[in-house]
Design a binder for this molecule. Structure first.
Ligand code: EPZ
Length: 427
């Protein structure tokens, strides 16, 4: 079992380059299967979810070339097959295969994604969309079997009862080759949705309104190959911004779209950090004392739930008490106990973490239970002057490319020990 050994207390300083967005990549790869020719996706993050997709696509008979940070996908020869449950369970966002295979073959048989550590991951809104478009859905023994009753989905008007990134993207995928027009109302507006719509439109789809709460998809007969560059990962970028503030550092976070980080920038300034936005980078300068503030997560462009755990760590260092409320996931607080082991004073009340600031964190042995809890804990390790041992790296490897290398480039005293791969300072 790998672990990070972090000797913290050193301000992060220097430049970190952000990778392509994980939450785009896991949707763009299945989307590429819809083309009648090769699709090249560039700026792919080298993370576990991408590696798993690479293996899955090859198993399904797609031609896949995967080098460095680009993947060429040609789905013309792939066969419809039951997606094995095993590996699928490791891939949280395997549900995008439902929409992609429905559009390509008119049917899909894929294992349900693993229950996330944020609690159950309901997919009722995905199913509501597919059924509205004329699909029959059967959920048996952990396998989702979905078939278009007339062989091809029909356009439909779909209202999403909850703002859902996954359901919005999945319905967009399925609708791209349906017969007729699909309107998605109360759609999510995340940048990753716009990224997927951009790829599909470059393939010849007819999608309007991505990034707003109403998306109109005119189904087309064929989609063609093209080339696409993934947008930067705003959550990875936000994680390094918070780490810079938590270590009283001075970090230039480059290859970002500042507009995608406006809510975090505003909160970091409220807390007292200095944040300078430039065209494609953001400079964060910390200070040795912060104001306590309240944070409430909401769908984009609100404060992202994926940064709720990392900013909680920062707020344990601020003077006074803060309240962090997660309105998206009610049980995304498994980092709280681990932060308390490091000396923080905070507790969970309903959907909120109530933080009594001014903690002096100390090093400890801690375990990450999910991807962003891991981020909260490595930030805490960097901020404390002790030695922290962090396990649960299988979660962190899903969302942070070359984490140790990037942190070492910023001057952090961190190493990874164990049997898995080693990482090198940022290229
Ligand atoms: C995406 O998950 C992200 N994952 C998550 O990031 C992110 O936290 C989440 O969006 C919210 O921004 C990927 O993009 C791969 P949702 P997704 O559907 O699409 C409920 C990370 O750390 N809901 O927007 O699964 C759901 O329970 C990961 O990178 C239903 O009730 O999230 C949640 O409360 C973690 N029924 C809310 O909606 C449904 O059918 C928003 O979920 C679907 C969702």
């Amino acid at each position: 079992m790998d672990k990070l050994i972090i000797n913290g207390g050193k301000p992060l300083a220097g430049t970190v380059t952000i990778s392509g967005a994980k939450n785009s990549a896991v949707a763009l790869i299945p989307a590429a299967l819809l083309a009648d020719g090769p699709v090249v996706i560039e700026n792919l993050p080298r993370i576990q979810d991408v590696d798993i997709y690479h293996e899955l696509l090859r198993e399904m008979g797609a031609d896949v070339l995967f080098e460095e940070d680009w993947m060429e996908i040609d789905g013309r020869l792939m066969k419809l097959m039951l997606m094995p449950n095993g590996r699928i369970k490791k891939l949280r966002a395997s549900y995008y295969l439902w929409g992609a295979l429905l559009a390509k073959f008119g049917e899909a048989q894929v294992g349900l994604p693993g229950g996330c550590d944020l609690g159950p991951r309901p997919v009722d809104l995905h199913i509501k969309g597919f059924e509205a478009m004329g699909a029959e859905v059967e959920n048996k023994n952990g396998v989702m079997t979905i078939r278009a009753k007339r062989g091809r989905l029909q356009g439909a008007r779909i209202y999403l009862d909850l703002v859902s990134v996954g359901a919005t993207i999945n319905i967009m995928l399925a609708a791209s080759k349906a017969d007729g027009v699909t309107i998605i109302e109360n759609a999510a507006r995340e940048p990753e949705i716009v990224d997927v719509a951009t790829l599909l439109n470059n393939m010849g789809a007819n999608i309007k309104g991505a990034g707003t709460d109403v998306i109109r998809v005119q189904g087309v007969e064929r989609l063609r190959g093209c080339r696409h560059t993934i947008i930067p990962d705003r959550i990875e970028a936000g994680t390094y911004m918070i780490a810079a503030a938590a270590t009283n550092g001075n970090v230039l976070v480059e290859n970002v779209i500042p507009k995608h980080l406006e809510s975090l920038t505003a909160k970091l300034r409220e807390i007292g950090a200095q944040v300078m936005e430039m065209d494609d980078c953001i400079q964060v300068m910390g200070r040795d004392s912060y104001r306590s503030i309240d944070v409430k997560t909401s769908p984009y462009p609100g404060f992202p739930t994926d940064l709720q755990q990392p900013i909680t760590t920062l707020l344990t260092l601020a003077k006074g008490s803060s309240i962090v409320t997660d309105n998206i996931y009610s049980s995304r607080f498994r980092h709280v106990d681990e932060l308390r082991r490091m000396g923080a004073t905070l507790k969970v009340e309903g959907r909120s973490a109530v933080i009594e600031g001014g903690s002096k964190l100390n090093g400890a042995k801690v375990v990450a239970s999910d991807l962003r809890a891991g981020a909260a804990l490595f930030i805490a390790g960097l901020a404390t002057s002790g030695t922290t041992e962090l396990e649960g790296l299988e979660h962190i490897d899903r969302g942070y490319e070359n984490l140790v290398g990037k942190l070492q480039t910023l001057g952090a005293d961190v190493i990874r020990v164990g049997l898995q791969h080693t990482e090198s300072p940022q290229r």
